[in-house]
Design a protein around this ligand. Structure first.
Ligand code: FES
Length: 512
């Protein structure tokens, strides 16, 4: 377990409990040309589950990941498996009507049942437990919203109830409950599925970056080292679809970061999974860490690259945990990146270019534990030709004038604003003012430069111009990364890509 540093009340470096609690096998880098039926790009919950489904059906599958498996959002979630995606059903009813909204619920309900069935059948030790899910409010202005969400549940036939009080140790004004949802630790679950993929003849490769695809049938995937994989289908399950320029995904998705603490508390946790309706969001669930009960507290989301000093988000969660349950220890802290689409439905299915053998899965809006399974089931059925009743609902080529146009304009005005603001921004630090383990934007030879002095005192300098479309990245001090405010690309302090849509590293700047 990570110890608290002497300077802060919480762990100095972010580390996810999920990734720390299970030994995850490592996989080789792809080193020679190969041929398979399906290539899956991205080895998170979507990619591994899609591979599991397809190898079970006898297809030859290769999963490739630019880093390590499960190390993206999958390993940094709060791991609630639920169809209660905040207050959404009333909103979806007004935009899409009853039939489509009910389908959305059913797809996510089936996803929950899918995980439960696999855990039960194979006795997977992953802390799976059935819990009721609550969206609560402590604010008078949200009571009406909770009431109309409950009306939507009734109209859609969702099993739930409306209450004023919850089991939480503070008073609430209203809450809506969705019964029999679940929570788990996704890593042992996916380790099991990855093992099954290998047993069925599938292949998994790490440290293998895909840089392009020659479209057609067969399609040819190319890696950074020039290695080729020939296949009949490709699935992009690594957040930004890696090669669909006609999909304009960078303009139709926006990236948010949110924060998580695992804390030991004075008061015992009352059971259930909770989310506040109002901002700042507060998400709660229980977890067992080394045999001891702890509470997972999440929330504080903001657009990637647009946050204030990122330690403040952890501090806000820490304060909330202390006031609510009494805080003994912050054992872990971590953060996640999530993408949202224009209409809040995920993009799952055939890409926009007209190539029916290239599929995408993205835009889960923080509800990736259920939506990833929806995506895996849907894309697997499209590949095997079985079809799916959810195909049209989640199709990346759908267009809803309401709310797509309004959201598109708001998002892209925001991008333009950050593109210009980054170029004009003043710097507030000199390079020689940087302490050990401190980063900032500085000027080097008059040019905006990213500087980080590491824990050993070595200075790392990067060109702060994002390699995606030229916005200026900013320093994320809690994670020690360079984050882009325009479309959410993230880079390590050395400038290597951690999250797309950028594909190339930040430029190096020679030290002064
Ligand atoms: Fe698009 Fe940086 S992510 S400009």
């Amino acid at each position: 377990m990570i110890q608290n540093s002497s300077q802060s009340k919480f762990p100095q470096f972010p580390y996810s409990y999920w990734l720390n609690s299970t030994d995850i096998p490592s996989f080789p880098k792809l080193s020679q040309d190969t041929q398979v039926d399906v290539v899956i790009v991205g080895a998170g919950i979507t990619g591994i589950t899609t591979a599991y489904l397809l190898t079970k059906k006898g297809l030859k599958v290769a999963v490739v990941d630019a880093g390590q498996i499960l190390n993206g959002t999958t390993g940094h979630t709060t791991a609630k498996i639920t169809a209660q995606h905040d207050l959404i059903y009333s909103e979806f009813l007004s935009h899409f009507g009853k039939e489509k909204t009910r389908l959305y619920y059913e797809a996510n309900h089936e996803a929950l049942q899918f995980i439960k069935q696999i855990v039960d059948e194979h006795n997977i030790d992953c802390q799976f437990s059935e819990e009721d899910a609550y969206v609560y409010t402590c604010s008078d202005t949200y009571v009406e919203k909770i009431a109309s969400e409950y009306k939507a549940y009734e109209e859609l036939g969702i099993s739930g109830s409306y209450v004023e009080k919850t089991p939480l140790p503070f008073s609430t004004k209203a809450a809506i409950i969705m019964k029999k949802q679940a929570q788990f630790n996704p890593v042992p679950f996916l380790k099991y599925l990855a093992g099954e993929v290998l047993r069925q003849g599938g292949e998994i490769y790490e440290q293998t970056t895909v840089v392009g695809v020659e479209k057609g049938n067969p399609a040819i995937i190319k890696t950074r080292e020039g290695i080729k994989i020939t296949c009949s289908h490709v699935v992009s399950s690594s957040h930004f679809p890696f090669n669909d320029p006609s999909g304009l995904y960078f303009a139709r998705l926006h990236a948010e970061r949110s924060y998580v603490l695992a804390v030991k508390t004075d008061k015992s946790y009352p059971g259930g999974m909770y989310l506040s309706a109002e901002n700042p969001k507060r998400s709660l669930r229980s977890v067992i860490v080394n045999g001891k009960p702890m509470v997972i507290v999440g929330g504080e989301s903001h657009k990637t690259g647009q946050g204030i000093c990122t330690f403040q988000y952890y501090e806000a969660l820490e304060k909330f945990a202390a006031e609510t349950f009494g805080l003994r220890e912050v054992a872990y802290r971590w953060s996640a990146q999530d993408l949202s689409t224009l209409d809040k439905l995920p993009y799952i299915g055939q890409e926009l270019s007209g190539n029916s053998n290239i599929l995408v899965a993205t835009g889960y809006r923080k509800w990736g534990m259920s939506t990833s399974i929806v995506a895996a089931l849907l894309n697997a059925n499209l590949i095997t030709g079985e079809g799916s009743r959810y195909q049209e609902l989640f199709s990346p080529s759908r267009f809803h004038a309401d709310p797509d146009i309004k959201t598109f304009v708001i998002q892209n005005v925001d991008v333009a604003k950050h593109l210009i603001a980054g170029k004009l921004e003043m710097t507030h630090k000199e390079i020689d003012q940087l302490q050990y383990d401190e980063g900032a934007v500085v000027r080097v030879n008059g040019k905006r430069t990213g500087a980080y002095r590491d824990t050993q005192g070595t200075m790392h300098l990067v060109d702060t111009t994002c390699t995606h479309m030229g916005c200026e990245v900013d320093w994320n001090e809690a994670e020690r990364t360079w984050d882009c405010p325009c479309h959410g690309s993230r880079y390590s302090y050395e400038g290597k890509v951690i999250e797309g849509p950028a594909k190339k590293s930040l430029g190096k700047v020679e030290s002064v």
